[in-house]
Design a protein around this ligand. Structure first.
Ligand SMILES: Nc1ncnc2c1ncn2[C@@H]1O[C@H](COP(=O)(O)OP(=O)(O)OP(=O)(O)O)[C@@H](O)[C@H]1O
Length: 270
């Protein structure tokens, strides 16, 4: 693997039964970069993050993270590699019965036996980084949606990860909170010397912070490049996605094995 790439995906193929989700994906994440992965709903973006995290395995191809092929690691090796990854997934909600402080402390308490004074410092540093040191003792029910997402972000980076995976981190937030989360994603990436993969539908905010982007469609990479290069992509599918247009080549129907007429039990005369 080229040293400059923290993640390198080569010829990755992933299917669920007959349904091909990823059909020969090549993607790389240079060290220090924020790389965006975009594309129509159901296009396999979350699946791709799960493949990078090693929680799913492709049928063909390679996923290298920090030089290690996630498909050939033992459970113990995968566990160690995962400790170097921070994840902020759509469903990564806070523990409702723990304070903001304890939510952020949770991964540290789980993985290490640290003196309480050191743990205090580490957690407060991360809460300070997301602007919420003053909210350390609040319970999740006392936080706004934007604050809760910031606490989840602090928790995702508490172990100083090499790689941070974001799945729709802006979902459900007001525009100001979206801007704050986006700039935090960039700042935390740079301050930690990490690399990030950002899955998002939010083109404007994503392009404002990403170094490079991939647009997936039909299981393949249909466009890739810097935000500027992507904006001027000639691919009709990429343009439909970037402009959020309901009309275009992105299929509306999930593929079906039978015709509509067959499903309705109709006799079709040719
Ligand atoms: N657990 C599962 N079992 C079966 N099929 C699944 C499962 N998870 C996802 N899929 C299918 O895999 C395909 C890719 O899903 P995925 O969630 O990766 O897409 P996505 O690009 O992240 O979509 P979205 O932007 O809507 O979140 C979809 O067709 C989906 O129906």
């Amino acid at each position: 693997m080229a040293e400059e790439n923290l993640v390198e995906i080569r010829g990755l193929h992933f299917a669920r039964g007959e349904h091909v989700v990823l059909d020969g994906i090549d993607l790389h994440v240079p060290r220090g970069a924020v790389v965006a992965v975009m594309g129509a709903s159901g296009g396999g973006k979350t699946t791709l993050l799960n493949l990078v995290a090693g929680s799913l395995q492709g049928q063909r191809g390679q996923v290298l993270v920090a030089g290690k092929d996630t498909t050939s690691l033992t459970r113990a090796e995968l566990y160690r590699l995962r400790q170097q990854m921070g994840m902020l997934f759509q469903h990564s909600a806070l523990f409702t019965d723990l304070s903001a402080f304890e939510n952020v402390a949770f991964p540290l308490r789980r993985h290490f036996r640290l003196p309480e004074s050191l743990l205090q410092k580490l957690v407060l540093m991360k809460l300070e980084a997301v602007g919420l040191r003053g909210a350390a003792q609040l319970m999740p029910a006392e936080l706004s949606g934007g604050m809760a997402r910031r606490v989840a972000l602090a928790r995702a980076v508490i172990m100083d990860p090499l790689l941070i995976l974001y799945d729709e981190p802006f979902t459900g937030l007001d525009p100001i909170s979206v801007g704050i989360i986006a700039s935090l994603i960039r700042r935390l990436n740079d301050a930690l010397g990490a690399s990030s993969i950002l899955v998002s539908h939010d083109v404007k905010e994503t392009f404002a912070i990403a170094d490079y982007g991939y647009i997936l469609g039909g299981g393949k990479v249909i466009a890739e490049g810097s935000p500027d290069a992507l904006r001027s992509s000639k691919s009709p599918m990429a343009q439909q996605f970037l402009q959020g247009s309901p009309e275009g080549p992105v299929p509306f129907h999930y593929p079906a094995a039978t015709t509509f007429a067959q499903d309705l039990g109709l006799q079709v005369n040719k």
